[in-house]
Design a binder for this molecule. Sequence first.
Ligand SMILES: NC(=O)C1=CN([C@@H]2O[C@H](COP(=O)(O)OP(=O)(O)OC[C@H]3O[C@@H](n4cnc5c(N)ncnc54)[C@H](OP(=O)(O)O)[C@@H]3O)[C@@H](O)[C@H]2O)[C@@H](O)CC1
Ligand SMILES: Nc1ncnc2c1ncn2[C@@H]1O[C@H](COP(=O)(O)OP(=O)(O)O)[C@@H](O)[C@H]1O
Ligand SMILES: [K+]
Length: 498
Amino acid sequence: MKILPAGQIRNIDAYTIKNEPIRSIDLMERAAKAFTRWFTTRFSPKYQVTVICGTGNNGGDGLAVARMLNEKNYKVSLYAIKKSASASDDFKINEKRLEGLIHINKITSPGEVPEFSTGHIVIDAIFGSGLSRDVEGLYADVIRAMNNSGNTIVSIDIASGLFADRHTFSDIVVKPEFTVSFQIPKLAFFMPENSRYVGDWYIVDIGLMQEAIEKEASDYFMLTDGFVKSELKKREKFAHKGTHGRALVMAGSYGKMGAAVLCAKAALRTGVGLLTMNIPRCGYNIMQSVVPEAMVLPDEGDHFLTSYGDVSKFDALGIGPGIGQEQETVYSLMQVVQAFGKPLVIDADGLNIIAQHREILEVLPSKTILTPHPKEFERLAGKWSDDFERLEKLVAFASENDVIVVLKGAHTSIALPTGEVYFNSSGNPGMASGGTGDVLTGMITSLLAQGYLPEYAAKVGVYLHGVAGDLAAEVTGQIGMIASDLIDFIPDAYQNIR
Ligand SMILES: NC(=O)C1=CN([C@@H]2O[C@H](COP(=O)(O)OP(=O)(O)OC[C@H]3O[C@@H](n4cnc5c(N)ncnc54)[C@H](OP(=O)(O)O)[C@@H]3O)[C@@H](O)[C@H]2O)[C@@H](O)CC1
Ligand SMILES: Nc1ncnc2c1ncn2[C@@H]1O[C@H](COP(=O)(O)OP(=O)(O)O)[C@@H](O)[C@H]1O
Ligand SMILES: [K+]
């Protein structure tokens, strides 16, 4: 699914209005209906609803929603902030449609800012994607009062005061519990810095024309079920273990063999044909007894990796979880990436080693997959001042180094050397605990071994990992969930997507 800036969404609106054709007021009606449908399935008419409108089209949506909720027997109080005489045409039409139905309370001065009694659901329809400058004055007074009221807020399209496509410097922004957005996700939703200005967000379909969406170019996408499903490889009837790839994972050190074990189990559950674990000697008994399906290639070093063997017979290589940064390990990593010569997966200490020895970046095979969490990415690419700048750095790093960067987090973002970025939509905060990153490395390595091209191994791996986390959380809850639970749910994740 494409993520588009407000300007391009406006083009799609205009195209739909012209070519469907549909009058813009009817498109607004359709948007308001889609919002109302979402709202009525979540909140019953026992709730009192307060709708706060601006006078642009977002405000027009708010008026239409107020009318629809009134028809469905919700008790609705309605306010419009009217600082100037100007209002959009569709706002004015909706104003007329409300005559005799609900009174519109005008807010024209600070004294008219409502009190917001508790227990209301507040619908935020002040500004949408047309926000053009920081919020101040009367609008700021209303937004502060809304945020301080303690009521549940639902924003229409996007929280008022939040810029859809760039960093928002001001903190005068509505803090909704839910954002219900029209058809196309906004880039702002994927930025951790905006978490309190987005809440849980949902996309509702308002029937914008597909051909119009296709015409608009974008480098940003959201990974969805449909996309991943279409990329999953099927098992052939006459398949054998050799058909599904040979993977080598170099992982673990004394005190960090758990990382190697998690990575191994995840690679196997993701379907690799044959798995070999290259680990320091201290891990030999652990690996053989805990993961009997994996073959073990013990290193000469007792406590950490000191060398590497013949890598030519492997289809995929994953390196990094728990390896530490001893000098011999650094040297082995430098050598093995060149000896392997094909795209591989590098994680954790493998990335920290690269940050310390940047010359390795020069010799990485094209489309190697790097899987940093934000701290590891900072070591590689330097600091950023906000999340939009972080995204710029991500895109630049991937294209300058011809690598695929999987920047992990709540909406893991996968940057390709082409400049495209795919934001993940699966997963939950229960996954923020030690070891889940090792699981991801095992999964992506496994997919590479099974013949997925690096770009698809990254996308399918990240999405599947999040689905496994979501399924695990349904059973364990988010708080008690651990990385091993996630591994147990990889088979179900496959079943779920298929
Ligand atoms: N996309 C779709 O498919 C559909 C979109 N629809 C809806 O339309 C919404 C976009 O509507 P929109 O373009 O009229 O802009 P909107 O957000 O209402 O604000 C514009 C007004 O606010 C003003 N203003 C801006 N910033 C300000 C500030 N800081 N402080 C004070 N004023 C400020 C601005 O003034 P100006 O900048 O012109 O001075 C103008 O008057 C979209 O989010 C969705 O809800 C649906 O109805 C149909 C399908
Ligand atoms: N809030 C969150 N929502 C969804 N996924 C998350 C969240 N926090 C972390 N994750 C996922 O959990 C994994 C954590 O990886 P990482 O930080 O490397 O952990 P570790 O090093 O302990 O294995 C990543 O795949 C990340 O995307
Ligand atoms: K809004």
